[in-house]
Design a protein around this ligand. Sequence first.
Ligand SMILES: Nc1ncnc2c1ncn2[C@@H]1O[C@H](COP(=O)(O)OP(=O)(O)OP(=O)(O)O)[C@@H](O)[C@H]1O
Length: 250
Amino acid sequence: MSTQITLKNLTKSFGRKHVLRGVDLIAPAGQNTVIIGESGSGKSVLLKCILGLVKPDAGEVLLDGQPADRDRDAFLARFGMLFQGAALFDSLTVWENVGFRLVRGKNKLSRSDARDVAVEKLRRVGLSADVADQFPAELSGGMQKRVGLARAIAADPQIIFFDEPTTGLDPIMAGVINDLIREITAEIGATGMTITHDMTSVRAIADQVAMLHDGKIRWIGPADQMDTCGDPYVEQFVTGSADGPIEAVR
Ligand SMILES: Nc1ncnc2c1ncn2[C@@H]1O[C@H](COP(=O)(O)OP(=O)(O)OP(=O)(O)O)[C@@H](O)[C@H]1O
């Protein structure tokens, strides 16, 4: 089961800095939407507004048409998140990280059942069972990212957020993670939302691409129309050109 995310006129300022100026966006159920935009364009703020970590000044976040803030716990139970830099707990073993949410909350599992689920999820992201009892510091960055991914999918979420999933990875490992994101969201049938400025990631993951610029969605469309959409902002971003309407600070 998956969930459609709808953003209506989402607005957020910090003092005089107007970061989101009325963002309208539909992330269709079961699809991967990737949000692109230059550094500082507000991608993280947008994600935080959806998660309820930042309170928008105006606008709505709807999940299948229902306001997301009506029942926070129910909302949080529906999503998984892969944080930038994996953000694992150093003092917990790999399986305890993966099973962190499984041993808590209303439908909590026993430690032994949670460990079984964690080992299964680790296997799904290409890690063997002997990693389960290691600590994050013993793993490479790429393996940590896989653990973060296993944790994001541990509770079979309906929505998964990926925050800069390939940052700090070599191109080959980045490719592996992109492919895993694509495969696993399809397998679970989850709605994926990724923020990134890695164009390789965009091409590998996205069904739909939305470009955030100047506080609004500048362009939104199918990933395969991104290169030919004719929008000079999208074109400049996609080609990584210093020349174009987006000001580059040199
Ligand atoms: N809590 C906050 N207080 C004040 N300003 C903030 C806060 N959070 C974000 N901002 C500002 O909002 C703007 C957008 O930040 P955000 O982190 O969303 O950008 P981004 O598109 O995710 O950038 P990057 O790609 O570099 O991660 C920035 O100018 C930032 O300084």
